[in-house]
Ligand binder design. Structure first.
Ligand SMILES: *Cc1c(COP(=O)(O)O)cnc(C)c1O
Length: 381
């Protein structure tokens, strides 16, 4: 049977259906916050932080205003000095490199693996200089970078590791000795974002830092709050970065559903995989052996004519995304660091070929059937 175009509009991310399923509980809890008028630092903020600590298996979760702040605060807490070098990937959302640049640190890019899109750990050591202080791996699209190898390199060169876990909350990393740890809880500091479309999304902005180091936790707690421990005594130069009580309530209600949301994304990914198997004009997402994949994005590689395929799908009412169309080393704002086109051929190739399909916790097989059919059709034109 040929799949029919769905009557409803296809969404890249469907937050509405997910909300309807928890609406009663959520509306009541949000109303309770409004009634209490504890909009800032209300009890739900620390309650959510404690629950997230348990979920992630880390000793400290410090909420903040967004994922970009979390990354910036992490680098501040590590005491990095202007001119220090931070190694990261050019194939990521800009926030990762932006905070490095904003603090007067130097972003040093290392190319990614062509199959997992994550930083190529075998190329990291060649980028280390006497000024290198930190590595920021990004667990792109919901799957972990090779944290075991990266922690080993960092240990040998006395570097910090800050995980950008904005896209992979809930994913597990498997170490070769059999241990499993949630991503974000492996490096010295983990950072995440609760932007509404992330796997654990608030109803506005939000973010958090994770660490198992009590000294770093103490420092981060001060930095998010103007560098103060005792009111109006400032021991550090800090920022103002808070998670609203209303957002904490949303997140605390959604947290017990996170594994279910991620399982739904994995099931939708498996369904796509099956639908695309056998088509040699595209490559389905590769799963690394050492990490689960929580499919923040379901990203295909389209060998030829990605942009035409995207346009065809658009005409058929199917939204898609290109994450990311220009690697950071050749973005206008980052030209000053001296990189040129050709420096990171894998990232540059991926920017031409990636295509992310609708993916969220509420995908339906009928809609996926239609997307799969339209994509095969676009490739045969
Ligand atoms: C979303 C995202 C961020 C930034 O999070 P915000 O909450 O939007 O500031 C940082 N890094 C990556 C990889 C992201 O996907």
């Amino acid at each position: 049977m040929i799949p029919q175009p769905p009557t409803e509009q296809i969404a890249m991310v469907d937050l509405q259906t997910q909300y309807q399923k928890i609406k009663t509980e959520l509306d009541r809890a949000m109303q309770a916050v409004i009634d209490s008028t504890q909009f800032i630092n209300g009890r739900p903020v620390s309650q959510f932080a404690r629950n997230l600590e348990k979920y992630l298996g880390v000793s400290h979760v410090i909420p903040c205003a967004n994922g970009t702040d979390a990354l910036q605060i992490a680098l501040m807490a590590l005491g990095l000095q202007p001119g220090d070098e931070v190694i990261t990937t050019p194939f990521t959302f800009v926030a990762t490199a932006e905070v490095i640049a904003l603090l007067g640190l130097v972003p040093v890019f290392v190319d990614v693996h062509p199959d997992t899109f994550n930083i190529d750990e075998t190329k990291v050591e060649a980028a280390i200089t006497p000024k290198t202080r930190c590595i920021i791996p990004v667990h792109l699209f919901g799957q972990g970078a090779n944290m075991e190898a990266l922690m080993d390199i960092a240990g040998r060169h006395e570097l910090f590791v800050v995980e950008d876990n904005a896209q992979a909350i809930g994913a597990d990393f498997h170490f070769s000795d059999g241990r499993t740890q949630k991503l974000g809880g492996i490096g010295h500091i983990g950072c995440t974002s609760f932007f509404p479309s992330k796997n654990l999304g608030a109803y506005g902005d939000g973010g958090a830092l994770f660490t198992n180091d009590p000294v770093l936790a103490d420092k981060i707690t001060m930095i998010v709050n103007h560098g103060m421990k005792e009111r109006y005594y400032h021991d550090e130069i800090g920022v103002n970065s808070r998670l609203d009580t209303l957002q904490a309530v949303v997140l605390d209600i959604k947290l017990p559903h996170l594994d279910g949301y991620n399982a739904a994304r994995q099931a939708a990914a498996a369904y796509y995989d099956k639908g695309f198997s056998g088509n040699s004009q595209l490559a389905i997402p590769v799963r690394a052996p050492f990490s689960t994949h929580v499919f923040h994005q379901y990203t295909l590689l389209i060998d030829e004519g990605r942009d035409q395929v995207k346009a065809h799908l658009q005409d058929a009412g199917i939204p898609t995304g290109v994450y990311y169309p220009v690697p950071l080393h050749i973005q206008k704002a980052y030209r000053g660091y001296g990189y040129r086109e050709g420096d990171f051929p894998v990232s540059e190739m991926l920017a031409q070929k990636v295509l992310s399909l609708p993916m969220h916790s509420e995908m339906e097989p009928e809609i996926q059937d239609y997307i799969i059919q339209q994509l095969h059709k676009a490739l045969s034109l």
